[in-house]
Design a protein around this ligand. Structure first.
Ligand SMILES: Nc1ncnc2c1ncn2[C@@H]1O[C@H](COP(=O)(O)OP(=O)(O)O)[C@@H](O)[C@H]1O
Length: 178
């Protein structure tokens, strides 16, 4: 999250703790972004919606534009793997590139791409990741049933390397190609 705006500072407070940012903030951001020209022929949302009220509101926003979601991908992976992936993630403060302590065998804290310094996001600390998983179970997991009821949910096995998961995700999207 960039910028020193009051809204940005407010949002960061929630994010650092691993809580969801209030719906009025995220919904306004998503509504504004979807209203831009390049979203008219299609868009991909990552991390939104994250609770049922957001999903209900998204449905109404899209309906106002005679649009609807075509597909929802659920990336299924067990909690230990989520903790391993997030707690080992390091971010370059200069170029934003993401490294992983184990998967990239990253033992120092220097970005091999630009020489910048790597840091760990507050919400990638293990105890905060565990809290994010609780928030997921409470608030986000109900969306699986929500979108199953809408008949647009597709579950994907998200274990294994990035290339394999990408391959499975693209295969699930292929029927929508036009
Ligand atoms: N739809 C959303 N509703 C509320 N808060 C959100 C939403 N998406 C992201 N956030 C906030 O941003 C934080 C980081 O988002 P996340 O998608 O987990 O990041 P990343 O994909 O980089 O791991 C979340 O923990 C939450 O505080």
């Amino acid at each position: 999250m960039s910028g020193g705006t009051e809204l940005g500072r407010q949002a960061k407070k929630y994010m650092d703790r691993g809580d969801l940012v209030p719906d009025e903030v995220t919904i306004a951001m998503v509504r504004d972004r979807l209203a831009e020209d390049d979203a008219r022929d299609g868009f991909l949302l990552d991390g939104f919606p994250r609770n049922v009220p957001q999903a209900e509101t998204l449905k109404k926003i899209l309906a106002e534009w005679d649009a609807r979601l075509d597909i929802v991908l659920e990336l299924v992976v067990d909690e230990d793997e989520v903790v391993r992936r997030l707690s080992g993630r390091r971010t370059c403060e200069r170029c934003g590139r993401i490294w992983h302590v184990d998967f990239d065998d990253k033992q120092d804290d220097i970005c091999d791409e630009c020489g910048g310094h790597l840091f760990q996001r507050d919400d990638d600390k293990e105890e905060v990741v565990r809290h994010r998983l609780e928030v997921y179970q409470e608030q986000t997991a109900p969306l699986v049933q929500f979108y199953a009821d809408e008949r647009i949910l597709v579950g994907i096995d998200a274990t294994g390397p990035v290339e394999e998961v990408t391959h499975r995700a693209l295969a699930a999207l292929r029927p929508l190609e036009r």
